[in-house]
Design a protein around this ligand. Structure first.
Ligand code: K7E
Ligand code: CUA
Length: 649
């Protein structure tokens, strides 16, 4: 896929073996004559460029994609899995929002997962998911886990890529929202979550007039236990930040391993109040020419935690701001005006910050930053006592990119790709010379972009997706709320070329990551009777012939099996007021033998993948006869896979 073809006739006939220029197409074998390629192009109004794009993305039935994209589902609170180059949507993964097809949030197991994300006593049934992060080993995606942050409620979810299912949601009342989340350290020791909007730490009350003194940001380093596949809350810690509205984050890698970088947008310490005599937030936060890039030495922070130099707030070990400043955990470097993205280069040496209100991308040098910190060469301190390095001493240079630079990704040829929101293009530039090489228009309002393994230590190049907001005029109209548009871009041609538009009608995805598909090895079935959340055979699982209903007082336990094409038992009789503990085991061990299990009027729909065991507990608080049935078309006699729940008055 290196060269752009000049003559469509040559390229298409070579690639597809089709006749060209009005010649007869090969026989379809069905007796009829198909149109020639040029006839087809004419009839559909396609150019040579269009056909080239089609040939680069078209994936015949049965052929697999080379890459998989894990995209945030935005407001939906879910994750979207997409194949590249076909741009076929392969799965929605239920994460922060109940998802009936997967039975997610309906059985006891996944209800428990969702309850891990409660704030106070409140169940939360949506999320504003922004940044997914694949687990890494040595700074490279390893295909084992996926993490994603919820900006609205400051939560992190853990998804196991063994079965593409959410296993854990964590939150801490220490902070009230996040944005620099989720990002992983190069060996997934930690999943990083950073505040966006400052609040009093731990959720205490303080009036906004006390913003400067009482409000704070923080970076939470959630410890990931790879053996268990879960975040270990007790081994996690946080670092207190000033209330500068931290934005994005990235972990150092290779030479900068052990460090993490966070940008910020509010050194002005604006807190709103446009009806109370203050400037509105957006102008209040945009007065200063510089904000602060936060440079964090997290290995040093680990040592401080071990040495007991922390306070516990809302159950989280917190390194207080004064300690972080004194002990060299936190250092600031000025960065131009309300930046947005912060992205570490594959070698770990440079940190690229998008200007947003500036036309530059600023390239900070990690080795310069490290040397300045070691020499304690500061140009001053901020009002909270955090040392500040001199901007000009900390940068390698700046690249004049254009209007509204945001996020940056990398390829395997030493190039960087930055999204320009206001100019609505992707700019390709050389990391070595800091010169723009090419730009491609996107439609419209590009936010993030994602290149193949483009934020790892070894990016692949080849494909990039521009993640555009509000796809005005790209698709058939569907009312005033517009879908988002993922545009696949070819990076192998001298000029970048848009190949495909994929509308995403579920929420605003923000970020995604693209991994080589052969790094993923999901299972096909569960072990007989396995509880997928606990990863072991359920004590309530039953085998064929052991099905039964047991009553202890008003507690009724139903031990049920599902196999094509019946449930056993298929009639369950309980009394009004009973508490019903329903245990269902799918006895199948074939890859394509999922059964659903729904009960009318009781808001129950489970999904039982082959081997899977699920439990659901409910109060039989409504008398009557309620059909229950399998919700997957599992066999020719699927419609007969049914029964009744009888609740006697
Ligand atoms: Cu939308 Cu990463 Cu939350 Cu930029 S963020 S676009
Ligand atoms: Cu089982 Cu339909």
């Amino acid at each position: 896929m290196r060269s752009i073809t000049i003559s469509l006739c040559v390229s298409v006939t070579a690639v597809a073996g089709l006749a060209c220029g009005g010649g007869k197409a090969p026989s379809t074998g069905g007796g009829g004559t198909s149109s020639t390629l040029t006839d087809l192009m004419k009839a559909r109004g396609l150019s040579e460029i269009d056909v080239q794009a089609a040939l680069k993305t078209y994936t015949p039935s049965g052929k697999l994609d080379e890459y998989m994209v894990f995209a945030s589902g935005g407001h939906s609170g879910q994750v979207i899995v997409i194949g590249v180059p076909s741009m076929r949507i392969l799965k929605y993964i239920g994460v922060f929002t109940p998802e009936p097809w997967q039975g997610y949030g309906f059985d006891n197991q996944t209800k428990d997962v969702m309850a891990g994300g409660k704030r106070g006593d409140r169940d939360l049934t949506w999320a504003d998911t922004h940044h997914p992060a694949l687990s890494e080993s040595g700074g490279d995606y390893d295909g084992k886990y996926l993490f994603i942050g919820d900006k609205a409620n400051a939560r992190i979810a853990v998804i196991d890529l063994k079965d593409f299912a959410t296993k854990q949601i964590v939150t801490t009342e220490l902070i009230g929202s996040d944005h620099g989340a989720a990002f992983v350290t190069p060996n997934t020791d930690y999943v990083v979550e950073t505040t966006q909007y400052a609040t009093p730490l731990g959720g205490a009350f303080a009036d906004l007039k006390e913003y400067k003194d009482k409000y704070r940001g923080a970076a939470v380093f959630w410890k990931f236990d790879r053996d268990k596949g879960r975040i270990d809350k007790d081994a996690s810690f946080a670092i207190e930040f000033p209330p500068y509205v931290q934005d994005l984050a990235d972990a150092g890698k290779k030479v900068s391993d052990g460090y993490a970088f966070f940008n910020s947008i509010n050194t002005e310490l604006a807190w709103g109040g446009n009806a109370e005599g203050n400037p509105p937030m957006e102008s209040g936060m945009s007065q200063n020419d510089m904000d602060y890039l936060h440079v964090v030495n997290w290995r040093k922070a680990e040592e401080l935690i071990k040495a007991g130099k922390f306070e516990t707030i809302a159950g989280m070990k917190v390194i207080r701001l004064a300690t972080a400043a004194e002990e060299g955990v936190l250092t600031f470097v000025p960065e131009p005006k309300s930046p947005h993205g912060v992205d570490v280069t594959p070698d770990g040496e440079d940190i690229v910050v998008g200007g947003k209100l500036d036309t530059h991308g600023t390239v900070f040098s990690f080795s310069k930053i490290k040397a300045l910190i070691e020499q304690k060469k500061y140009e001053g301190k901020d009002p909270y006592g955090v040392p500040i390095l001199a901007f000009k001493d900390a940068i390698r240079g700046q690249v004049e990119l254009g209007l509204g630079p945001l996020h940056t990704q990398f390829d395997d040829q030493g190039n960087a790709y930055t999204s320009l929101f206001l100019e609505t293009v992707v700019a390709k530039w050389s990391l070595k010379d800091l010169k723009v090489l090419d730009k491609v228009s996107t439609h419209y309002n590009i936010g993030h972009l994602v290149a193949a393994e483009g934020d790892t230590v070894s990016p692949d190049g080849r494909f990039l997706i521009a993640m555009n907001k509000w796809a005005l005029d790209r698709f058939n109209k569907v009312g005033p709320l517009l879908p988002q548009n993922f545009q696949l871009v070819d990076l192998t041609t001298p000029k970048m070329q848009v190949l495909y538009d994929l509308p995403l009608p579920l929420g605003e995805p923000h970020y995604a990551q693209m991994i080589k598909a052969d790094k993923l090895a999901p299972i096909e079935i569960y072990a007989p009777g396995e509880d997928p959340i606990r990863g072991e055979v359920s004590p309530f699982a039953v085998t064929g012939g052991k099905e039964r209903v047991e009553r202890q007082g008003d507690q009724v336990h139903v031990y049920m099996t599902a196999i094509r094409s019946h449930f056993t038992p298929d009639i369950v009789r309980v009394k009004l007021g009973d508490t019903v503990h329903w245990h269902v085991t799918n006895l199948e061990q074939a890859y394509d033998a999922t059964h659903g299990f729904a009960i009318n009027s009781y808001n129950i729909n489970l999904s039982l993948e082959p081997g899977e065991h699920s439990d659901v507990t409910f109060k039989a608080d409504r008398a009557g006869v309620f059909p229950m049935y399998c919700t997957e078309f599992c066999s020719a006699l699927h419609l007969e896979m049914a029964g009744y729940l009888v609740v006697e008055p």
